[in-house]
Design a binder for this molecule. Structure first.
Ligand code: SAH
Ligand code: SF4
Ligand code: F3S
Length: 470
């Protein structure tokens, strides 16, 4: 794909004009009161980052924000389609808005994100949820000002699920949720078509932002005091894959590492297929890059990996892990696993257990296979019952719990640099994460939130370690 996927400046300018129009309409409709938007995002950090842009656009139109549905003049759900459960929650929450719309016909109810990009879902909302006023897919986010204008002025429902390979709208306003942690997308879409996964269908083809645009954004947030930068993409390792090596992901990491300031760099997600020794070298050599690698393996069995269309095998995965530990002995590795892929046998699942035991992950995100309409695995035979898969799942989480406990026990007495993220649930305690992404809690004053401190681990538990500042 060539770089003609950028939304043209003329289109962005048109949307800025709509922004002004909306502002005028809202001004006369709400007089001196600020209309409030309730925006809720489901799903991955990429979606959270989109949500920050939606809020940035709404803010420019003159909206304030609320966490209370009853206060809102606009309700917008930014949805996720990764598993059935994610979609069920949205159907439930949207269904509950029916009465609110009845009581307040002026209320705008909107839906966007990965779920709405699917035709059958958009149709369902159109037919069975007549109180939904606005629905748009993932490729037209930058048109939000126009959509809101049409909702306000036409009195008609606005539905736009444009099919597309995807685009990049550079320079949209961003209203960041955090004041010291920033999400920075570096690429969008996915070309991998893992057989179980809906993402390539709802997010379009892989496309990368320009190297310099990313550097400029990181410099901007660092100069405004952000302390943790997370670079986002479904497969960050294939950033600028077809460009010169000095524009690819390892080079990007090095260039960001060279930006002056006290901050840490994280990235996700890495796909083992495109993870190279070169990337692991860059991680090891860049002092600001957190020594944490999220490298999803999905299954430890070669036949299942092949059916999943993952394009690596167990041996290649372990080779990467061995090299990573060799270069970074303190490295913390996390992963995603799917239990009960169609046709997986218990013997094959045992290969997942043995891989987990071999790698010694810090933590795992474990999922039971969820069939997604439109994907290849949706039509595969799936003879193992849900109950049986539940037992396997429990076996896996029990094993991981033991491993995590051993890993955190080893942290006792060691000192970690920690970005303080907020108050813990325990009175008087603060909470943060180590570079390796382990939650750490300690006594401290609220003024430390958003700053780096050094914490010595005194009492490690499985999922949280306790310590004291030094
Ligand atoms: N791009 C990332 C993953 C994004 S989705 C990667 O390839 O690593 C996050 C995780 O959700 C996946 O790693 C997978 O473990 C899980 N997942 C995706 N589709 C799923 C499905 N249909 N059922 C169960 N889990 C799924
Ligand atoms: Fe989905 Fe695979 Fe792409 Fe990840 S790499 S988003 S699991 S298709
Ligand atoms: Fe969900 Fe879409 Fe992310 S399906 S996980 S929100 S890319």
């Amino acid at each position: 794909m060539t770089n003609n996927y950028f939304v043209p400046e003329t289109e962005l300018e048109k949307q800025r004009e709509y922004t002004e129009l909306v502002k005028t309409v809202l001004g006369s409709r709400f007089m001196n009161k600020e209309p409030k938007a309730f925006v809720h995002t489901y799903g991955c950090q990429g979606n959270v980052s989109d949500g920050e842009k939606l809020k940035g656009l709404l803010e420019k139109m003159g909206f304030g924000f609320t966490d209370t549905l009853e206060e809102a003049s606009l309700i917008l759900y930014n949805t996720c389609a990764i598993r059935e459960h994610a979609e069920d929650r949205v159907f439930g929450n949207v269904g509950a808005l029916k009465q609110m719309k009845k009581a307040n016909p002026e209320l705008i109810i909107g839906l966007c994100g990965c779920m709405t990009q699917q035709k059958h879902i958009a149709e369902k909302f159109y037919k069975s949820y007549p109180f939904v006023d606005l629905l748009f897919g993932t490729h037209v986010t930058h048109k939000l000002p126009e959509f809101i204008y049409r909702c306000l002025c036409s009195g008609k429902r606005v539905f736009d699920v444009t099919e597309s390979d995807g685009n990049i709208a550079e320079g949209l306003p961003v209203r960041r949720d955090g004041t010291f942690r920033a999400w920075i997308p570096i690429m969008y879409g996915c070309n991998n078509f893992c057989s179980y996964c809906i993402v390539p269908y709802v997010r379009g083809r892989e496309r990368s932002r320009k190297f310099n645009d990313i550097i400029a954004e990181v410099k901007d947030v660092v100069s405004r005091g952000y302390k943790e930068i997370t670079l986002l993409g479904q497969n960050v390792n294939s950033y600028n894959k077809n460009e010169d090596p000095e524009l690819r992901f390892p080079a990007l990491l090095r260039a960001i590492n060279d930006i002056e300031g006290d901050f840490i760099i994280r990235f996700m997600t890495s796909h083992p297929r495109d993870c190279t020794f070169e990337l692991l070298d860059a991680m090891a050599e860049c002092d600001k890059v957190a020594k944490h690698l999220h490298l999803p393996f999905q299954s430890g069995n070669d036949r299942v990996l092949k059916e999943m269309n993952r394009h690596y095998d167990r041996a290649k995965y372990l080779q990467l892990i061995d090299y990573a530990y060799e270069r970074m002995p303190e490295l913390s590795i996390t992963s995603d696993v799917i239990v009960g892929f169609p046709g997986e046998t218990y013997d094959e699942f045992k290969d997942t257990l043995s891989l987990v035991d071999r790698v010694k992950y810090t933590s795992l995100f474990t999922f039971i296979f969820s069939p997604r309409k439109g994907t290849k695995a949706y039509d595969m035979e799936d003879p193992v019952s849900r109950e049986e898969k539940g037992k396997w799942f429990k076996e896996l989480t029990d094993l991981q719990e033991k491993i995590a406990g051993n890993r955190t026990a080893d942290m006792k007495g060691k000192v970690y640099k920690v970005l303080v993220e907020g108050r813990s649930k325990t009175e008087g305690m603060l909470s943060g994460r180590t570079q390796g992404n382990v939650i750490i809690e300690f006594l401290g004053d609220e003024s430390l939130i958003g700053k780096f401190v050094y914490v010595k681990v005194t009492n490690p538990r499985t999922w949280v370690v306790y310590g004291e500042t030094v």
